[in-house]
Ligand binder design. Sequence first.
Ligand SMILES: Cc1cc2nc3c(=O)[nH]c(=O)nc-3n(C[C@H](O)[C@H](O)[C@H](O)COP(=O)(O)OP(=O)(O)OC[C@H]3O[C@@H](n4cnc5c(N)ncnc54)[C@H](O)[C@@H]3O)c2cc1C
Length: 453
Amino acid sequence: MVQNEISRSGDVVRALKSTLRGRIISPEDPDYANARRTWNRDVDHHPAAIAFCGDVEEVQTAVRIARAHEMPLSVRSAGFDVIGRSVRAGALVIDLSRMNQVRVNQQTGVVGGGATAADVIAAADAADLMAVTGWNGRPGMTGLATVGGYGPLLAKHGLALDNLIGADLVLADGQCVSVDKEQHDDLFWALRGGGGNFGVVTSLKLRLHPVRQVLAGMIMFAGAEAETVLRRYAEVMQSASNDLAVVAGIISLPNGVPALFLAPAWTGQLSAGEIAMEVLKRCGTPIHVQLDWMSYQDLVRGFDARVVDHRHYAVETRWIAKLDVDAISILLAGAARRTSPFSTIILQHFRGLPTQLPPDSTAFGMRREHVMVELIAAWDPSPDNLGTVHRHWAHELSRALAPVSLPGGYPNALGPDADDQVARAYGEHLPRLQAVKRRYDASGVFAATPLPT
Ligand SMILES: Cc1cc2nc3c(=O)[nH]c(=O)nc-3n(C[C@H](O)[C@H](O)[C@H](O)COP(=O)(O)OP(=O)(O)OC[C@H]3O[C@@H](n4cnc5c(N)ncnc54)[C@H](O)[C@@H]3O)c2cc1C
């Protein structure tokens, strides 16, 4: 850091310490290394300070102090952004993990800006309700419900953001506003897709749904059958009930042998669920099947148990129009070229209710049916530092998929270097989004998921 940045950081830290009750961690603090660390070891950002805010007023104070000293800032809720955008180098990180309270009132959840999906699921479960989340519980609810949120209830209840009915934000001038269909409707529209680019979201209001047991688990097939299984799986999904969601993935088993899994979640009637599972099993000859009725909470816990922390990760993403022969052949050729046994390809089908909502109901850019593909390069730290090789694998496979892809991609998984995809991720909504950005954050204080200027 150059001298005037060091002195500015010192001023900011002193001002924060004299006004906030929560902890302020700066580089001299013995806990700094832990506090800046994220789930992804590949992220090695050194922020100027981290302020653990406990309420809206503390967030307002932190934003005003950062602005008064012209210090960049970033907002962190659970820190699961794949490229660490919540821990911005040289910035003040406004950490909301203390603001994780969830209140449930009838079929609405009022959720603190730092709550994880698991916090929301647990509170909803206690009230016999279900929240629309992703497949994992550990990521923050704000990142999901303001950018997308593909999960087990997608076909039936939409993306997480389709279930966002209001929010409170602290804007760049420190003012706190409530947004919903009646108040600041332009910002409410932009927030559902445009993510944390307009202010600090201190609270979300979410629609919850009556609870159901979920029939879920894993059906595993040998890698040699992958082509047949994917082809049949694509056929099955064409006419599947909206009670069904499936994550498909290409992985390596612990012995290094490639395999393909279908991880279904069924939230409909019991007998129809058993039939749906039989149909999925018949996509090939399963080598392992584990399916059970369970709570939504247990389904998500099962996915959390598979997330390995502090490995290196690099993610690329594509929206493909359909899982046809060409797409399957590109994916399988890419899978065969994986450079690490931990690298995976994950597929999620966007279909059902969210495809029927008007395309301009929210800022989310892709309402037509598609398959969201995540190419996840993952590797353990090693002295020979092969990161470039693994990143290159994901990048090249993403390039190979381009001809069968729709424009853009899921913004939560797009890095800033995916220029062409970033520019098209919001489609026709981009000018309207940019206008809201200019209206509420003209000087670009907030930079979350990439939003072309
Ligand atoms: C292991 C794993 C599993 C995932 N599973 C799914 C899935 O099933 N479905 C799916 O759709 N996505 C999934 N994702 C993507 C994930 O939901 C997003 O990356 C999400 O943004 C993470 O939220 P976070 O709060 O943990 O991240 P953070 O790193 O804390 O924040 C993410 C971004 O949002 C901004 N931000 C965070 N909180 C606020 C706030 N309160 N106000 C303003 N800006 C804020 C940050 O500055 C940052 O730019 C997964 C990601 C991982 C790593």
